[in-house]
Structure formats: structure tokens, C-alpha cells
Write a protein that binds this ligand. Structure first.
Ligand code: GLN
Length: 311
């Protein structure tokens, strides 16, 4: 279990300023269970390699990972299968399209998604998680998340998983399209079961910031000294966070913020500042591209104040 976070006056000032931007956004409701979130919520935690943590806002609020889980499943699959196998089946290029778009599956490389951060690519990645059953594959992914957070109690939100499973017609369409091209082999309902559980893995901002810290430390948990994932895998994941982590707002994010980050439609953002710390943000009101309105502003203010841009 992780230590409690120290509340920070400096972060509180940034949260206060960014909170006005939550009004510009809207909570996602295409997954019905996510529609219950409070659009005014906004919180942040920063986790340092020495175990210190600072926060502002209501960091105990729980979030499901949604698309943030795509980075974690990618790391696991790169370890399971190696780079050649993975990148034969999913590409490395940003799309400039919304995260759930189907169009380039037909027009660019038939059946092979352009990158692992869009839904089509993430479905292929989840398909590649090794194990004999959905349950075993999910437990492997969950154990990996628990190891990064150093908390064996992390689990998934069954209501959110079920809600997405019952309504994910577009994701099923992506799967069938890809299956036609023989990149996905398994039964689509089985894959949707695994994918919706993956997206519903639940935690608070503090936990999210600890995952960001492990990526920041090139895959090492500095407290146990354990290399949780190889350096190369952490590097590949961070690169995807820069090029594709904020969907079709990734270019603007690189220019205005310059911090490798991954967002999800629950309103979470996981950021990673190499060698320094991990960032976990939660603000469920989303902008038109599906990124947290207040969360993006908060990250922008943080990056400007502490000169965090990579560039
Ligand atoms: N579970 C969501 C979906 O597939 C994840 C998308 C997201 O967070 N952008 O639609």
C-alpha cells in the first residue's frame, strides 16, 4: 500500500486556476456508467522516486483507466511477444483521427491499425496478451498493474466493465474488420470481455502517479529496486505517449505541454517526467477530442511553471 499524499499549496493554486476549464467540458456517457461522474472534479498527484507524494484536489476519487490502460497492455505485450511480433500487427504512426475511428483501417494498411493508442490498435494489443483464458490473461495484466503501484488490492470496476461490454458496438466493428484481415484470431466476444475489464481497472490519482513514476524511472521501481519492465519497453511506451497519447490532440499537446502523457475517457491523465516523477490527474469533464478539459489545462500550467517540456 502507498503512503498518504501531502497536500500541496502550490498544486492547489494550479488546480484552482484549471478548475474553471472543467466547465468547457462534458462527461463521457457513451459508456453509460461513466456518465455518473461529477464534471467539476479535478485533482492531481505527483509521485517522486523516493516515495514522497504531493497532491491537490480530491485525490481519493476513483477512476477507471480506460485508454490509459493501452500503455500498460502495450508494455506487457512487448514483454510477452517482443517488438517484431507486436509491430508486425500494429503500426507506429499517429493517425490524426479520433481514437475510435475506423477509416484508416481500410484506406492505409488494411486491417493493421496504425498505432497501439487508438482503439483499433489497442484491441490488437489486448488480443496479444498471453494466457490460456480471458481470466488468466486479465489476471496477468492486473498483476502487472499491481506491481507498478505496489498495491495488491487494485482491481476493476465490474459495473463500468459491464456497461462498456453491453454497448461497445463500434469496438466490436473494429474487431470484426481486423479479424477479416487475420490479425485478430480469437472470438470477438471473448476479446471484448478482456478489453472492457482492462479499461475498467480502477484506482485513484495517487496510484496513477506511481505508474507514471515507474515509466519515468525507465521501468524500475526505485523503492524495491526491481526492473518491472525492460528499459526499451518503457522507452517505446513513453514515445507513443508523446506521438499518440492524447489522440488527435497529440501534436498540440507536444507543443503546449511537452510531457509524455496518456489520457482516457474517464478523465484520467497519466504523465511521466523522465528521471523526475510521475503525474496522475483526474477531471472527468472532457473536451471535444476526449481529453480532460481541466486536466489538460492543469498539466499545461504545471509544465510551464516547472519547465517540464521535453523540447
Ligand atoms: N474503453 C474506451 C473505449 O474503448 C477507451 C477509450 C478512451 O479512453 N479513449 O471506447
Amino acid at each position: 500500500m502507498n503512503m498518504a499524499c501531502q497536500s500541496s499549496d502550490e498544486l492547489e493554486v494550479l488546480v484552482k486556476e484549471a478548475r474553471t476549464y472543467t466547465k468547457n467540458g462534458k462527461v463521457a456517457d457513451y459508456i453509460p456508467a461513466l456518465g455518473k461522474a461529477n464534471p467539476n472534479d479535478l485533482s492531481i498527484a505527483i509521485y517522486y522516486p523516493d516515495g514522497r507524494c504531493i497532491s491537490a484536489g480530491d485525490i481519493e476519487e476513483k477512476i477507471t483507466l480506460q485508454s490509459i490502460s493501452k500503455v500498460i497492455s502495450l508494455a506487457l505485450v512487448l514483454m510477452d511477444r517482443g517488438q517484431d511480433y507486436v509491430f508486425d500487427r500494429v503500426g507506429m504512426e499517429p493517425t490524426g483521427d479520433p481514437f475510435n475511428s475506423i477509416i484508416k483501417l481500410e484506406t492505409i494498411a488494411p486491417g493493421k491499425p496504425l498505432n497501439p493508442m487508438i482503439n483499433a490498435g489497442a484491441l490488437v494489443v489486448t488480443h496479444m496478451i498471453k494466457g490460456n483464458s480471458v481470466e488468466e490473461r486479465f489476471q496477468r495484466l492486473l498483476s502487472f498493474v499491481r506491481e507498478m503501484i505496489n498495491d495488491p488490492t487494485i482491481t476493476y470496476n465490474e459495473e463500468v466493465a459491464r456497461s462498456e461490454f453491453e454497448t461497445a458496438y463500434l469496438n466490436r466493428a473494429l474487431c470484426y474488420f481486423i479479424k477479416q484481415h487475420n490479425i485478430i484470431e480469437e472470438d470477438v466476444e471473448q476479446l471484448m470481455d478482456l478489453y472492457t475489464k482492462q479499461c475498467a481497472i480502477e484506482m485513484n490519482c495517487l496510484d496513477l502517479s506511481r505508474i507514471g513514476m515507474v515509466f519515468a524511472m525507465d521501468g524500475v521501481d526505485p523503492q524495491s529496486g526491481k526492473q518491472i519492465m525492460p528499459v526499451d519497453v518503457a522507452r517505446i511506451c513513453k514515445t507513443f505517449m508523446v506521438t499518440c497519447g492524447m489522440y488527435n490532440a497529440s501534436g498540440e499537446h507536444a507543443i503546449k505541454i511537452g510531457v509524455p502523457a496518456k489520457s482516457g475517457v474517464s478523465g484520467g491523465i497519466m504523465g511521466t517526467v523522465s528521471g523526475k516523477y510521475g503525474i496522475g490527474i483526474f477531471g472527468p469533464a472532457l473536451d471535444e477530442k476526449g481529453n480532460s478539459s481541466g486536466g489538460i489545462k492543469l498539466l499545461e500550467l504545471l509544465s510551464a511553471k516547472y519547465k517540464l517540456s521535453l523540447f
